[in-house]
Design a protein around this ligand. Structure first.
Ligand SMILES: [Mg+2]
Length: 237
């Protein structure tokens, strides 16, 4: 009887525990401050490079950004899934994307505006599927985040066409995720997941460790990620 009573007390707490991450993203000054801080750093570093190297539009420099929880805020989808006690699955996710109701991650709009203003282009490299291409582009466009020279590189039915492949295409200028054969000079990568960033092996001489805060800019996402499926933090050596 005592155990049952304890369980009854715990149940509401358990039911709400999972919502804390979404509340933090939507309502806390800490999340808002942190994303603005990351984007301010990214803007500063990108503009410092364009000014130091006198890069202009013709130099074809770009920034590579993820979309979900990097540029667009899908916390309403998380709330909706919580209300239905449901988990992520492609059908509800694509339906959400089609609604084009995602908000903007704080600071993302100022960063994108600064890149466009300085003559840069944006490659949106996302694991949203090709079927929601137009909805995604329209959602970005509604906030003035889409520039006419930007590209949107989505996932296809080919599982092997991952972000590594798409990033390689845009750097080499060969493939669908590129500007018609022109290799792009990437000044910054922004994402909320570790796989949004090239690692040693993908790009010659790149060591992720040295890039954080200079060319790699990581945003917090406590709502979902590969960390849910296992420990992703490296063990101490
Ligand atoms: Mg993301």
């Amino acid at each position: 009887m005592k155990a049952a009573a304890a369980l009854l007390i715990l149940l509401p707490l358990t039911a709400h525990a999972g919502d804390k991450s979404t509340r933090w993203v939507r309502d806390s000054i800490e999340y808002h401050t942190l994303t603005n801080q990351v984007y301010a750093g990214a803007t500063r570093e990108v503009l410092a490079t364009t000014e130091a190297e006198k890069l202009k539009k013709k130099d074809h420099w770009v920034v590579v950004v993820d979309v979900d929880e990097t540029i667009l805020d899908n916390s309403v989808y998380q709330l909706q899934m919580g209300a239905y006690d449901a988990s992520f699955e492609p059908a509800s996710w694509n339906a959400w994307c089609e609604r084009r109701e995602a908000a903007v991650v704080p600071g993302a709009d100022a960063f994108i505006a600064a890149v466009h203003e300085a003559g840069g282009k944006v490659a949106f490299v996302t694991n949203r599927h090709e079927v929601v291409r137009e909805a995604t582009r329209a959602n970005l466009d509604a906030f003035g985040l889409w520039g006419k020279d930007d590209i949107l590189c989505l996932k296809t039915d080919d599982e092997a066409y991952d972000k590594v492949k798409r990033r390689t295409e845009l750097r080499t200028g060969e493939g669908a995720c590129s500007w018609e054969g022109k290799p792009a000079r990437v000044l910054a990568y922004v994402g909320d997941t570790i796989t949004d960033f090239p690692e040693a092996g993908e790009e010659e001489g790149v060591d992720r460790g040295a890039q954080w805060g200079t060319t790699y800019f990581l945003l917090p996402n406590p709502m979902y990620g590969s960390w849910e499926r296992g420990v992703t933090r490296p063990m101490p050596e």
